[in-house]
Design a protein around this ligand. Structure first.
Ligand SMILES: [Zn+2]
Ligand SMILES: [Zn+2]
Length: 165
């Protein structure tokens, strides 16, 4: 496991830095923290005003099925394509330019790739994950797992639905 922090002082204009990404990241899942091993490859290169970080990273994320509460793992893939400014935003004149909407890399001129990956992963996690597309879920009355068995409530529900059709 290597923590990827790219020192951008060493980066010459036009040069590309490529690095494997292999890091454990901490994600927020349903109010709890979960660890996931993230792997991929990242690349940075300079533009006029800053640097661009690109790459592809995937992680095996532990999820809980939103229908039946089963724990499972899903591979979440993210694509990075983000620009960072090497200079702090200028606050002198009130006018905001496009440059002010690009995050500043900070005084250390180091890019914490792990943090960027973590943010992308966090957003890419499905809001209501399902362990398989046809998961039937749990009975809201008696808690029966409809993937394993049916219950009287399910039969009543189905009867009501077929009457409506
Ligand atoms: Zn499920
Ligand atoms: Zn039931």
């Amino acid at each position: 496991m290597i923590a990827v922090r790219l020192n951008l002082r060493d980066l010459a204009p036009g040069e590309r830095l490529r690095a494997p990404f292999d890091e454990r990241i901490t994600l927020q899942l349903d109010g709890q923290t979960a660890e996931a091993e993230a792997r991929g490859e990242v690349e940075v290169f300079q533009t006029g005003q800053g640097v661009v970080l690109q790459g592809r990273v995937e992680a095996d994320v532990p999820l809980v099925c939103s229908r039946c509460l089963l724990s499972f793992h899903e591979t979440v893939r993210v694509r990075l394509d983000e620009e960072f400014s090497l200079r702090p935003p200028e606050l002198a004149d009130g006018e905001l330019g496009p440059q002010d909407f690009i995050s500043w890399i900070g005084p250390e001129q180091q890019l914490d790739v792990g943090e960027v990956v973590r943010q992308h992963m966090q957003i890419a996690i499905p809001m209501a994950p399902v362990h398989r597309a046809d998961c039937r879920g749990l009975c809201s009355v008696c808690g029966a797992n409809w993937n394993e068995r049916s219950c009287e409530h399910q039969l009543q529900l189905e009867a009501r639905q077929s009457r409506r059709e």
